[in-house]
Design a protein around this ligand. Structure first.
Ligand code: ADP
Ligand code: MG
Length: 235
């Protein structure tokens, strides 16, 4: 049974289509990268998966249940775009933020452990860098012990070094905890090296498959135009 199943999804904002005819399924244990240019409908599609937007046409199933009837929301963690860049102005500690959504104390602690932020438990969120704040929001999502974690552009504003550690963490969670991951990004080159499956979106579903197939095909040109020089680094 797929964890996420989309059937012929179409969605428009003010009669302007943002997502058109998308059919897609995501299996348990996958690590999926949603790629596509800015404005191609990635965030919209994520909000449809989460039932935050109701498609004009098509069906959404989560864990085999129609999204309208789905109620096990604690199975799904979501970190929206720009979560880590939102200025948090009130004096709340890292530990408190994570505890707010944690099932229990040990879930809160292991979420902080997973993102290597336990030592910052008593730090105020305002004292942390954008990248560290992003980790805290991910810890908060992990503290609910989800089976599916959806991250929308999580590394925007995070420096390259922190980014590499961040991807290691996601891989680790995917491999050891069997956490299914959907990672939205416009950075094709990076994502192609980190995920198991790529989904290319440009209103429609342009491609879906393992990175090596996507990179060797002509999909990236279709997606971004011929001007994008796509370099595959050997890291
Ligand atoms: P992406 O996440 O790939 O950058 P989005 O899903 O955010 O793309 O946006 C897809 C299209 O829908 C864009 O043209 C965007 O301008 C438009 N759009 C997104 N959100 C809204 C909204 N709340 N109202 C109107 N148009 C929107
Ligand atoms: Mg977006």
């Amino acid at each position: 049974m797929p964890i996420v199943q989309l059937e012929d999804i179409t969605y428009s904002y003010n009669h302007e289509p943002a997502v058109e005819g998308v059919t897609l399924s995501i299996d348990q244990g996958d690590f999926v990268g949603f790629i596509g240019p800015n404005g191609s409908g990635k965030s919209t599609l994520i909000k449809i998966i989460l039932g935050l937007l109701k498609p004009d046409k098509g069906k959404v199933y989560l864990f085999g249940t129609k999204v309208e009837k789905f109620s096990d929301w604690e199975k799904i963690g979501y970190v929206p775009q720009k979560a880590g860049l939102m200025p948090v102005k009130f004096p709340i500690t890292v530990g408190e933020i994570v505890a707010l959504s944690a099932k229990n104390k040990s879930a809160a602690n292991s979420a902080l452990e997973a993102i290597d932020m336990r030592k910052h438990k008593n730090s105020l969120i305002t004292e942390l860098s954008g990248g560290q704040q992003q980790r805290v929001f991910i810890a908060r999502a992990l503290a609910t012990q989800p089976q599916l974690l959806i991250l929308d552009e999580p590394t925007v504003g995070v420096d390259a070094e922190a980014q590499s550690g961040f991807y290691d963490l996601l891989k680790h969670l995917n491999e050891t905890k069997k956490l299914t991951l959907i990672l939205v990004s416009h950075d094709v080159d990076v994502v192609a090296h980190e995920v198991k499956t790529i989904v290319c979106i440009n209103k429609n579903l342009v491609c879906h498959g393992p990175p090596k197939d996507i990179i060797s095909g002509d999909f990236i040109n279709q997606l971004y135009g011929k001007h994008l020089k796509f370099v595959v680094h050997g890291h």
